[in-house]
Write a protein that binds this ligand. Structure first.
Ligand code: AMP
Ligand code: ZN
Length: 493
């Protein structure tokens, strides 16, 4: 877009303030997002974290930065407790499913990618898979071991007292928070964490590697330090994750990065790896269905099975600022679906061949100061204000509602805005957004056929037959919606 004139400000959890974005490498933006641990299906709360990271990446592209975005896939080393206690999540699930850990990782990686696609999350420049980087992890650990680590029977531990201002990112490092960190005999400080976990004598893990500290596996925190530094180079611009990571995972990454940068003479000891650390707030659900351990939990596929288009969930995420908690409800999702339908219907159709652009963006060339200008400016202002998507969405709607403008121009401006919000407005049709519960027994063809017969009956003034056909549909769960303001002729309930 050409109208990206407001300076981009982003809230940095590390400095606890909104700051103008100043890239490390002029014209570029390098972003690392903590990705999923592929031991189970992601729930829709997890997917909020990736929708947020996607909007950030799209906003940086829209602002003209050359974006390099990396998302990692954790397939080893994440314990059942972030605070470094419990079992390896992957090993535990592999046992429960009586499958190899590699098969488990593959299965859930594919499931995650399906959700990424369904939510129109752009492919990052690189997906890094933790098990591809084990030699680099060992080298990183070796580099900092002498000055910053000590060895116990269970592994190589990072001594958090060896770096300046450990934990400055965390908010909840209260007595209670510290208390959650399980005691390991011999640990020097409660917050010390394993960067290499040794396989206990006499045991064999499915995933283990030789290292200077014996056979074992890397710690989860080490993985992210290594993959982000390897691919993006320290310091890079932005590191993202959910707010839970602000408390343990990211402070531990920062401690390792400080140790690494200090040891390698890269920067002053305060170097945190990334300049800006950004965290999305949680999606909450009162009934507790979100928890992966509760047996049934809210997956994107559940929303799809109930008939909702997945982009209705994306729109629901955009309706809240990423730093606010968002409460999930089915009513809220229905409202988001209706909002999306209205937007799709207000988007002028493309004319295909013949010159009108299908996508792109910016103010129409032949109408630079037209009615679109103030809207484009407000859109940019909202986005530049720490990604204020709720406001950007209302500006998008106002643009869609503009009267007496050239439809091709309007389509092009909407396309430019949607390049950031990612609602796929140019390609979705009304029919795509129809509620379609998977449990429905009637096919769309049958519905359309019956409705056509009903139309004929009404044309012939045979109202008894018309009513009978309507009742027949109602008995099979189809509500006929004559005169619906959105132009829907039926819905499956
Ligand atoms: P995990 O696969 O558990 O490492 O989580 C993947 C991402 O989802 C991380 O960035 C988490 O911080 C984030 N996350 C976990 N639960 C939620 C939630 N309820 N709402 C938003 N983000 C979440
Ligand atoms: Zn991470």
């Amino acid at each position: 877009m050409t109208d990206a004139a407001h300076p981009l400000t982003l809230y940095n959890s590390l400095t606890r303030q909104a700051e103008p974005f100043q890239p490390v490498h002029p014209g570029e933006a390098r972003v690392y997002t903590c990705g999923p641990t592929v031991y189970n299906y992601p729930h829709i709360g997890n997917m909020r974290a990736y929708v947020f990271a996607d909007v950030l990446g799209r906003a940086l592209s829209y602002k003209g930065y050359k974006l390099t975005h990396v998302i990692n896939i954790t397939d080893v080393g994440h314990l059942t407790d972030d605070a470094d206690a419990g079992e390896d999540k992957m090993e535990k699930m592999a046992r429960a499913r009586a499958q190899s850990i590699w098969d488990v990782a593959e299965h859930y990686k594919q499931a995650y990618w399906a959700d990424v696609q369904a939510l129109n999350i752009r492919q990052p420049a690189r997906w890094t898979v933790a098990t591809d980087y084990v030699p680099q992890m060992i080298a990183f650990a070796q580099g900092i071991a002498d000055k910053h680590c000590y060895e116990l029977d269970s592994g190589l531990y990072f001594d958090v007292s060896t770096v300046a201002d450990y934990g400055r990112l965390a908010r909840a490092r209260t007595e209670e928070g510290e208390g959650r960190i399980e005691a390991v005999e011999g640990k020097r400080n409660a917050a010390d964490f394993a960067i290499w976990r040794k396989t206990p004598l006499g045991e064999k893990r499915q995933m283990e590697w030789d290292s200077p500290w014996g056979r074992g596996a890397p710690g989860w925190h080490l993985e992210c330090s290594v993959m982000s530094g390897e691919v993006l180079g320290f310091p890079f611009d932005i590191h993202t994750g959910g707010i839970d990571h602000r408390e343990i995972h990211h402070p531990n990454e920062i401690a390792q990065n400080q140790a690494h940068c200090c040891t390698n003479g890269l920067d002053q000891p305060a170097n945190s790896g990334a300049k800006v650390w950004m965290h999305n707030n949680f999606l909450v659900e009162r009934s507790g269905k979100m928890s992966k351990s509760s047996g049934e939990f809210l997956r994107l596929q559940l929303l799809i099975d109930k008939g909702y288009h997945p982009l209705a969930y994306r729109l629901m995420c955009l309706q809240a600022h990423y730093r606010s908690e968002l409460e999930f409800s089915w009513e809220g999702l229905s409202a988001a679906l209706t909002r999306l339908k209205r937007l799709v219907m207000a988007t002028p159709p493309g004319t295909g061949e013949g010159g009108h652009p299908q996508a792109g963006g910016g103010a129409p060339a032949n109408n630079p100061d037209g009615k679109f200008r103030p809207l484009l400016d407000r859109f940019d202002a909202a986005l530049s204000d720490d990604l204020n998507t709720p406001v950007a969405l209302t500006v998008l709607e106002e643009t869609a509602a503009l009267k007496k403008v050239d439809p091709a121009d309007k389509r092009r401006v909407l396309a430019g805005m949607d390049a950031v919000l990612g609602l796929n407005l140019l390609n979705l049709t009304r029919a795509d957004l129809r509620l379609r519960p998977r449990a429905a027994e009637i096919t769309e063809a049958e519905i359309e056929e019956t409705l056509a017969a009903r139309k004929e009956a009404r044309a012939a003034k045979d109202f008894a037959r018309s009513d009978a056909l309507r009742d027949e549909l109602a008995a099979r769960g189809v509500e006929v919606m004559d005169g619906d303001p959105l132009g829907w002729d039926w819905k499956l309930g």
